[in-house]
Write a protein that binds this ligand. Structure first.
Ligand SMILES: Nc1nc2c([nH]c(=O)n2[C@H]2C[C@H](O)[C@@H](COP(=O)(O)OP(=O)(O)OP(=O)(O)O)O2)c(=O)[nH]1
Length: 137
């Protein structure tokens, strides 16, 4: 479980859920780590930044939507040792936003139902989270 002193990376992400209980996933672009895998939108928390503020910022940057901290319900977290860092990722559920979702950073995005989510290739840290999401939907 993670070498001592391994770099720890704090990430925040959202399970955006629509009225049909579908979840939005985004594909990691070619050339980045974990390329091609489907992830929950989000990103790294900046130093001094509150996780929820980071999530509002990331959803605006990546998807062009406005969200409110009040609409984030803590869902679960991932703690996963990647070869070069240890990821801690907080996952929030969010059913309310304003604006039209568009992929502002060129990532492919898809709305998927749970059975499909189980079949999509996701980063290893995300795999245990899907079951937690199932309990919510
Ligand atoms: N947003 C997001 N990141 C995830 C998920 N699962 C997972 O392992 N990650 C990892 C990938 C990245 O290493 C990190 C998120 O960083 P980021 O999205 O802000 O930055 P990045 O793509 O430039 O990442 P990197 O190239 O520096 O690794 O968390 C997920 O579901 N959503």
């Amino acid at each position: 479980m993670g070498a001592p002193g391994q770099r720890r990376v704090w990430v925040v992400a959202a399970a955006l859920i629509d009225a049909d209980s579908r979840v939005l996933v985004a594909q990691r672009p070619a050339g980045k780590s974990l390329a091609g895998l489907w992830e929950f939108p989000g990103g790294k928390i900046e130093p001094g930044e509150a996780p929820e503020a980071a999530l509002v910022r990331e959803l605006q940057e990546e998807l062009g939507i406005d969200t409110s901290i009040a609409c984030f319900a803590p869902l679960t977290f991932a703690s996963h040792a990647y070869p070069d860092f240890h990821l801690v990722m907080l996952l929030y559920a969010c059913r309310k936003w304003s604006g039209q979702i568009r992929s502002a950073e060129g990532q492919a995005v898809r709305w998927v139902r749970l059975p499909e989510l189980y079949r999509l290739p996701m980063p290893p840290a995300d795999v245990p989270l899907v079951g937690m999401l199932q309990a919510l939907l």
